[in-house]
Design a protein around this ligand. Structure first.
Ligand code: HEM
Length: 469
């Protein structure tokens, strides 16, 4: 067969007008009904292939990983990063070297060992202090979780954290949020299809301005690190120290390690690690407040397993199948990165019986897998039993792909999993989360974006009696 089928495009704009601007995911699921799991669309004059359902996604991302590891170089966000860093870097030595460096650095910092846990637990003391201030009342958890997730990344890459009310920190976070919001919305598409508009002062200019400001921030911190000469000779304190050492080690070997690539890598980790984790936490809290029996069961499991121990550890997850199921179910319904990051075909290839020419942009519709019928016991409702077997043991179905799969699989997956577990257990151990009386009817609909988020809500906070006191 030839190229995957799809709706007929209009000249110049392709299928853009057929996509629901508020929620293109709805349009995509209608197109699956009509054309099957692999179909095509035109964004302007460029064809893209959309992959839906576990089978097609795994075929492309895992079985044919080499053929589908590329990244597009023509879309707005690839122009923004100039293809540097990891997220939007095309396959090649620079992507490979930086991905390997970031993964091994995260590991050496103790992913799965103590020190990374300590960084997260340290941030949690600030989270709990702030929640305590709201005890008996209610608060919007958006900033709290954003700041906490961002601070954990800051501690890893810069070796320091910000106070939650720091104005400068707030500005950095707002810039990241705006970049994520504009990254795949209608303005980004307009940028792609109408190059003549790029010089005009339209909202997409903001993305470039904010990215530049983030870059300047990274430059400043890197310069500070360079001036502290101890960084080069002693135990590295953070990722910047590690990168500076790597640059020294590799000087003259023709590798891609330099200041500019370091800035891009740090921005990538900062941007990729904030919204994603924090929106997942907000989804979890929304459902815990409105499904009180689920929260009650988490409280029971946490109290029984931790007793009067002071802190939770990541290893405790093995003794808490119900909490694990709730976290995974929150990731499933939270559907935080619905269309993954776009891939491209690195070579002329075949998929699902269709021909995919080299360079074709490919959109892995992760959203379609997370609620795929036939893959889940309860695809369309929040139900932790999607991750529990008949013995109450935690099981992870193959369709659990919020981090995507294959050679581009999320680089921060282990960190994110550790954060979600430690944060939720610590918060639930100390607090009961309640839907406020004046909270209205809970709205579970997500706000579409490169990263999706629940709508803003208020969270009632009650102190629980401390076990062991
Ligand atoms: C719940 C939290 C998170 C979710 C759901 C998530 C999801 C994803 C997804 C779907 C991708 C695209 C994979 C692909 O292209 O096929 C991705 C890539 C990536 N993520 Fe995450 N992520 C999360 C947290 C994090 C964190 C905490 C970090 C930082 C330490 C991070 C860093 C990255 C990076 C650097 C990439 C690009 C990998 C590459 O292109 O080689 N993510 N993530």
């Amino acid at each position: 067969q030839g190229f995957p089928p799809g709706p007929a495009p209009l000249p110049l704009i392709g299928n853009l007008l057929q996509l629901d601007p508020q929620n293109p995911l709805k349009t995509l699921s209608k197109l699956v009904q009509r054309y099957g799991p692999v179909f095509s669309l035109y964004i302007g004059t460029r064809p893209v292939v959309v992959l839906n359902g576990q089978q097609a996604l795994r075929e492309a991302l895992v079985t044919k990983a080499v053929e589908f590891t590329g990244r597009p170089d023509h879309i707005m966000i690839s122009h923004m990063t100039e293809g540097k860093g990891v997220i939007l870097a095309d396959v090649g030595p620079s992507w490979r070297e930086h991905r390997r460096f970031a993964l091994s650095t995260l590991r050496n910092f103790g992913l799965g060992k103590r020190s990374m846990e300590q960084r997260i637990l340290e941030e949690l003391t600030h989270v709990c202090a702030l929640l305590e201030k709201s005890a008996g009342g209610s608060m919007d958890p958006q900033h709290l979780f954003h700041h906490a997730a961002s601070n954990i990344i800051c501690s890893i890459i810069f070796g320091s954290r910000f106070d939650y009310d720091d104005h400068y920190f707030q500005t950095l976070i707002t810039m990241m949020e705006e970049i994520n919001k504009l990254a795949i919305g209608p303005w980004a598409m307009l940028y792609d299809v109408a190059p003549v508009l790029r010089a005009l002062p339209l909202p997409f200019r903001k993305v470039f301005r904010y990215y530049q400001r983030l870059r300047e921030h990274m430059q400043q911190v890197i310069t500070q690190h360079q001036h502290q000469s101890a960084a080069h000779t002693h135990e590295p304190r953070d990722m910047i120290d590690c990168y500076l050492q790597e640059m020294q080690k590799r000087a003259g070997d023709g590798s891609s390690f330099d200041d500019s690539h370091m800035e891009s890598l740090l921005i990538d980790l900062f941007v990729a690690g904030t919204d994603t984790t924090s929106n997942t936490l907000r989804t979890a809290c929304l459902y815990l407040m409105t499904h009180t029996h689920v929260q009650e069961q988490c409280h029971q499991e946490i109290d029984a397993m931790l007793g009067c121990r002071e802190c939770v550890s990541f290893d405790d997850r093995h003794t808490m199948p119900y909490v694990q199921a709730v976290i995974h179910e929150s990731q499933r319904v939270g559907n935080v990165v619905p269309l993954s990051v776009f891939h491209t075909a690195t070579t002329h290839t075949q998929l699902h019986g269709y021909t995919i020419p080299k360079g074709t942009m490919v959109i892995p519709n992760l959203s379609s897998v997370l609620s795929e019928e036939g893959q889940w016991k309860f695809p369309h409702e929040f139900n932790p039993h999607n991750f529990l077997n008949e013995h109450g043991e935690f099981v992870k179905p193959d369709a659990f792909l919020p981090f995507s799969a294959g050679s581009r699989v999320c680089l921060g997956e282990s960190l994110a999993r550790m954060e979600l577990f430690l944060i939720l257990v610590t918060v639930l151990r100390r607090f009961q989360l309640v839907w406020p009386d004046d909270g209205g009817v809970p709205d579970y609909e997500l706000i579409f974006g490169a990263t999706q988020s629940p709508k803003p809500y208020r969270m009632g906070v009650r102190l629980r009696p401390q076990v062991g006191n």
